[in-house]
Structures are given as C-alpha cells and as structure tokens.
Design a binder for this molecule. Structure first.
Ligand code: ATP
Length: 303
C-alpha cells in the first residue's frame, strides 16, 4: 500500500511553548487513521500543520510525496478537509452549494457531483435549501464539498461533533466506503475513544504533544475470546516460526519489531515457558487490554 501522508519527527512551539514534540506517523491508501488524544493534547495544532496553516519548526510533512514546506500547492491539491464548521450558503440548495464549490476546483464533472450526492446519502434532500438541513445533513454536505476534488487524503477534525446517533452511524458508513472503494486515506482526530474504535484501522495516541503509541484496532476489538499479547524478540523470524507451531496461538501479526498475538485464555504462562524452552530471546512481552479504552488507560498509566 502506498503512503499518502508522511509526518516525520515534527516539532512545533507556539508562544514559546513546545506543543508538538517530535511526532512521526504515516497514513496509507485506503487506511482510516485515528488521532486520539484528550483536550489540549495537540491534535488541532497537528492538523493546522497538515493543511499548511502553520509551519513545523523542525521535521517534515509529505503528502503524496510532496513536501508541504517546499510544494504546498501540489501537496494541498491532494487533500480534502473539514476543519471546524464547513462554510456553506444557507439560502441555496445542497446541490447549488456543491456546484459553486466545484468551480473552485476547475473541472469537476456533473457525474462526479451526482456520485458525491449518492455517497453522502443526501439524494432525497439535495434540492432543499441548506437552512432546512439538520446539523448532521450539513456535516454530510460539508464532507461532499471536501470530496469534490477527489482527494487522496481526507482530514477530519472531530467529525461527529453535534451529530445525532443515527447521523454518526451514517457518517461512519460513508467514511468506511470511501476508504474501501475509493482507496482514500482518511485521518480523523478525536477525543472520543468509541468513535475512533468503531471506524479506524489504526490509531495513534497523542498526549502532551508526544505520540505514545500507534496500534492496529482490528485485532483489539470485538474479540473477548482470546488474550492479546505484544512481544518483542531478538530474532523475529525464529520467534514467529515457533509461534506458528504452538496450538494455543490463534493469530500472529508482525508490525515493525513487534509481534502481536492472540492466544487462548490462560495460555500466557505456557507461552513464556515455550519461548524459554526454545531459546527465543525475549526483549519484552506484555498482555494487552482487550479494547482500545483499556489500551488507552494502560498507555496513560504508563505515561
Ligand atoms: P482540543 O481537543 O481541545 O482542541 P487539541 O488536542 O486539539 O485539543 P491543541 O488545540 O492542538 O490541542 O492545543 C495543544 C496545546 O497548545 C494546548 O495546551 C493549548 O493551550 C496550546 N495552544 C494552542 N494554540 C496556542 C497558541 N496560539 N499559543 C500558545 N499555546 C497554544
């Protein structure tokens, strides 16, 4: 999978206070990446750098390979974003709003606009004036505006603020579709764990301007049957080979230097025993909490 957004060791101070302290991550095509942190953790400051509103003091940000410091216009051509409330004309219809915004991007075809209307689920109401829309509908229209240039990267800041529960579900489905069918890379910042857990493939935990951990969510959620273990061994290939032979190990995922396992409940001590018996040198081994909330708490406690 191609990398769409690359953030490399970025620092930023505001009013002489260091707010972002060397963050690095990437977001790949078709991936939904969550950026999770409490109020004041540094999410908005990061997003403002991603969309070129402020510059990093150190480090670099690349979008589809374009460095935003050197090639801002080309980089931003790849980006659609909803940061704060999207601007729209309340006295015009949803469709008219999309048409007006499409002119900013030059050649957006009629078909593309129809496609977007379908995608954001506003077909039945698109010819009503925006002032009659609910907040959720306005948010979806805002998403439609952001999608007009068919961006490779979509940046969403606290996207479901003010949505009703049904609106949240609809919004999630739209986002998932975009990633799966259009291969759009999606970056979502939020302080709401449940929101991130439901929709993201990977999540970065940011706290006081530092990314504490980046983890895959798929294996962490909805699976109470097995225990999750994170393992770092000196010789990864040798370790993985052994793990593949242990009958109580159910899944093995390799992420950089880590091996993530799901194992049968109560098998943790057996695992430690088998690693020792087979001379696998362990650098660290941790049983993970079952869900993201547990993981978040674990990271905060460790911090
Ligand atoms: P929230 O969810 O509340 O928006 P956040 O994670 O987006 O939080 P930021 O808005 O990025 O956090 O703020 C991070 C820290 O930087 C906060 O402590 C904030 O007070 C501080 N900060 C933000 N803007 C400035 C500024 N212009 N000058 C000085 N400090 C600032």
């Amino acid at each position: 999978m191609n990398i769409v957004l690359e953030v490399n060791n970025v620092y930023k101070s505001l009013s002489r206070r260091e707010i972002i302290k060397g963050i690095s991550f990437d977001v790949k095509e078709g991936e939904i990446f969550g950026f999770l942190g409490a109020n004041g953790a540094g999410k908005t400051t990061t997003i403002r750098m991603l969309v070129g509103l402020i510059k990093p003091d150190k480090g670099n940000i690349r979008i589809m390979g374009y460095d935003i410091q050197k090639n801002l216009v080309k980089a931003l051509k790849q980006v659609g974003s909803i940061v704060e409330y999207p601007d729209m004309y309340n006295d015009l219809t949803g469709r008219e709003n999309l048409i007006i915004f499409s002119r900013m991007y030059g050649n957006v075809s009629k078909e593309r606009i129809e496609e977007i209307i379908e995608l954001i689920g506003l077909k039945d109401r698109i010819d009503d004036k925006v002032k009659k829309y609910s907040l959720g509908m306005k948010q979806r229209l805002g998403l439609g505006q952001a999608l007009l240039p068919n961006p490779k990267l979509l940046i969403l800041d606290e996207p479901t603020n003010g949505f009703d529960p049904l609106g949240i579900i609809e919004f999630r489905n739209i986002i998932k579709n975009l990633a799966r069918e259009n291969n759009t890379a999606i970056f979502i910042s939020s302080h709401i764990l449940a929101e991130i857990e439901q929709v993201c493939d990977r999540v970065a935990f940011i706290d006081k301007g530092i990314i504490k951990s980046i983890e895959y969510t798929n294996k962490l959620k909805n699976n109470e049957e097995y225990d999750k273990v994170e393992l770092i061994v000196k010789e990864q290939a040798k370790g993985a080979e052994l793990l593949g032979k242990l009958e109580y190990v159910k899944t093995i995922d390799i992420l950089d230097n880590k091996i993530l396992l799901s194992i049968e409940k109560e098998a943790f001590s057996k695992l430690i025993f088998d690693l020792g018996k087979n001379n696998i040198e362990v650098e660290s081994i941790n049983k993970l909490h079952q869900n993201l909330e547990g993981r978040f708490m674990q990271i905060v406690e460790e911090g």
